[in-house]
Design a protein around this ligand. Structure first.
Ligand code: IVH
Length: 666
């Protein structure tokens, strides 16, 4: 029996599940269970079309003719922010605020400056009725149909006592992950890719067909208010406005705080500057807003920007430069990567002279010629890359890139399987470039951890033919080493000691160090755990390999291929012959900890951050940098700050070091 109460419950339950999934990042039900409820809702709606309301989750993509792109006048204009590019400009802003208000100290609400598009969401008595772009600030375009497809945006606000009208202002953007997915799909379908997440978000909102927008995941954060009736509903401070939005189920970024004076502003700027590269979306700065609405009104606006707020920008992550040439680099597995040599340019405070072009297809797709003016982008520790080439600036003598047919290092033939994007040098360990990379991989910290064996040294050892395989490292004598460039007796001694020390290691690290394609650290651990002995792995059949956790046919084939090479088996035997002792680590995963997320804050009484982190990870837990609804425990020490406050706000369990140790040992 279909009943309307069940229908009403389903609508509410699905909206609440969407909120948990898209806003809180904390799914309450597995996808299959969600789908069951959703199908039940659809089936009720097909027998009772008269019950369907615009806030039903089924109405996110209406498929009906819409007012897409009609002009919308903003009753309260959507203004922009003035920018502070230097610290001194932020200081001047704080001074102006204090002088203007005639006070000694001002309280600010501080938040992120999201790099997307400003949107105004109009809710009437809690129901989303219209969404508009900023346009020129006074009138924008109606994008309601497209905005409704964003599952993070509630179609109906939670709770009760909503104002007759409220325009929630905020930013629509695309996360790095969703941007990646969109571009990968575009490449597969031979369509144009987007240069950055901002363009992708803008392009998605400007789709004439909301069904296309619905296929692209967009995100939203609220940060302001437009028209509101009655006005009295707006809280006295900006921070409480954001809290009110949160209680209505609107997405509000957790990286926000209330601070005082210039020290507070600079502290937040520095904190977010550190965090920027780890955020899953782009920001281009932080925004400081005077917290008190009364003080905001007192200061008012100058031309098109408020006097009470400012955007403090981070150094740009993109810059323009020219391509001097395109070389190719040979990686450990022979992968040939085109790399653009650039006229040096400063990007985000670092001088960039090279940028990767990933592979030949990418060079074609981005249409990069030697001589072109290009946009280079640098984000965090990632290798700088070329985003796009400016066709209109291409000089007449620009030259297209031609993929060499022979390896520039060893002269071997370059092969490119039809179904792969990457071309490879077929020289294997005959190729000096591959040999060097294989040695560096073997010696790296996460593998054999041979301190002091860096690229300059490996270059010399390979070029002088002193070392051909990892096993040769263990035959190195002091004499041979001390004669190398930049190598004194002391460093040679230290290196020999580090090489000697690497002989006692774990089986997992040893397997990883071999550099088998597709065998990363985690697969190496699984293989070590399963076989427990290197010879058992060397003799394993495909069938046996497939039984190992996370090993599929591609990985299994790659292992077999590697171990079928007589040369590789010989190197392993030689390594064992120099006296390796390979220990198998017993798993210390604690089922009570596995999958749990911890955040460490403040100074713990006995453990350092790194020690606590290592202990949590060893037990199977994760350590995150910031508190969200997903956090399982906040471990608080002395002088714990905003993370502790956040935990209390979100109701996340707070424990001390002792309680953490008890939990890990439980
Ligand atoms: S407040 C009257 N807060 O930056 C002030 N804007 O240059 C209105 N933006 O068009 C804007 N993050 O697209 C504000 N936390 C934030 C923001 C933010 C990004 C964008 C927004 C606006 C532009 C202003």
């Amino acid at each position: 029996m279909v009943n309307s109460a069940r229908y009403a419950w389903l609508k509410e339950e699905l909206a609440s599940l969407d909120h948990a999934y898209y806003v809180l990042d904390n799914p309450r039900l597995p996808d299959v269970e969600y789908d069951k409820l959703y199908r039940e809702l659809l089936s009720i709606e097909s027998s009772h079309p008269e019950w369907v309301t615009s806030d039903s989750p089924s109405q996110r993509v209406s498929g009906q003719a819409s007012n897409l792109f009609q002009e919308v006048k903003h009753v309260v204009p959507m203004l922009s922010l003035n920018n502070a590019l230097e610290d001194s400009e932020a200081e001047a802003f704080d001074r102006r605020c204090r002088d203007g208000l005639e006070v000694n100290d001002v309280e600010y609400s501080v938040e992120l400056k999201f790099d997307g598009l400003a949107i105004s969401l109009r809710y009437e008595r809690g129901l989303l009725v219209q969404a508009a772009t900023r346009g020129d600030g006074y009138s924008g375009e109606d994008v309601t149909a497209n905005i409704r497809t964003i599952r993070a945006i509630p179609l109906r606000l939670k709770g009760s006592n909503h104002p007759d009208v409220i325009e929630v202002r905020g930013e629509v953007f695309m996360s790095h992950k969703d941007f990646e997915i969109l571009n990968q799909r575009a490449i597969k379908d031979n369509e144009k890719t987007f240069a950055n997440p901002r363009n992708a978000a803008a392009g998605s909102l400007r789709q004439l067909d909301p069904k296309i927008t619905a296929k692209r995941t967009l995100s939203f954060y609220s940060y302001g208010v437009g028209q509101c009736e009655p006005q009295s509903i707006i809280p006295n401070t900006h921070a409480s406005l954001l809290d009110l939005y949160e209680s209505w189920g609107l997405p509000v970024c957790t990286h926000r705080a209330v601070v005082k004076s210039i020290e507070g502003l600079m502290g937040f700027y520095a904190e977010i500057g550190q965090l920027r590269d780890q955020l899953p979306y782009d920001i281009d700065g932080v925004v400081y807003k005077i917290n008190s609405r009364a003080q905001q009104e007192e200061l008012g606006f100058v031309s098109r920007a408020p006097r009470f707020a400012i955007a403090h920008k981070f150094p740009a992550q993109e810059a323009l430069t020219t391509v001097l040439g395109i070389d190719v680099q040979v990686g450990r597995t022979g992968a040939i990567t085109p790399v653009a040599r650039l006229t040096p340019v400063t990007v985000g405070g670092v001088t960039v002279t090279n940028a990767t072009l990933h592979n030949e297809d990418e060079v074609r797709r981005k249409d990069v010629h030697i001589g072109d003016t290009v946009v280079v982008r640098r984000a965090g520790d990632v290798i700088p890359e070329i985003v796009s080439a400016l066709r209109e600036k291409r000089p007449e003598n620009a030259v297209a890139f031609v993929m060499p047919t022979q390896c520039p290092v060893c002269g071997s033939h370059i092969e490119k399987p039809i179904d792969e994007a990457v071309a490879r040098c077929s020289g294997g360990l005959f190729c000096a470039a591959q040999r060097k990379q294989a040695l560096l991989h073997f010696a790296q910290r996460r593998a054999m951890d041979i301190e002091g064996l860096g690229d300059k040294l490996v270059d010399q050892l390979v070029d002088l033919n002193i070392v051909r395989t990892p096993a040769d490292l263990y035959k190195l004598g002091l004499m041979a080493l001390a004669n190398l460039d930049r190598m004194g007796d002391k460093s040679a001694d230290n290196l020999i000691a580090a090489i000697e020390k690497s002989k006692s290691n774990t089986l997992a690290r040893f397997i990883f160090a071999l550099g088998i394609r597709h065998v990363g650290e985690s697969t190496a651990k699984d293989l070590a755990k399963y076989f427990g002995d290197i010879h058992k792995l060397m003799d394993a059949s495909e069938e046996a390999l497939l039984k190992v956790n996370d090993v599929g046919p591609v990985v299994a084939q790659s292992i077999i291929h590697f171990l079928n090479e007589a040369h590789n088996r010989e190197v392993i035997e030689q390594l064992l012959a120099v006296g390796f002792t390979l220990e198998v680590e017993v798993s210390e995963i604690n089922p009570a900890i596995q999958g749990k997320t911890f955040v460490l804050t403040g100074t713990l009484p006995t453990l350092s951050r790194d020690q606590a982190k290592a202990m949590i990870e060893k037990s199977g837990g994760k350590v995150a940098g910031s508190v969200s609804a997903k956090t399982s425990y906040v471990v608080a020490g002395e002088d714990a700050g905003s993370k502790l406050e956040k935990a209390n706000e979100l109701g996340v369990a707070v424990i001390d070091e002792g309680q953490m140790l008890a939990l890990l040992n439980s």
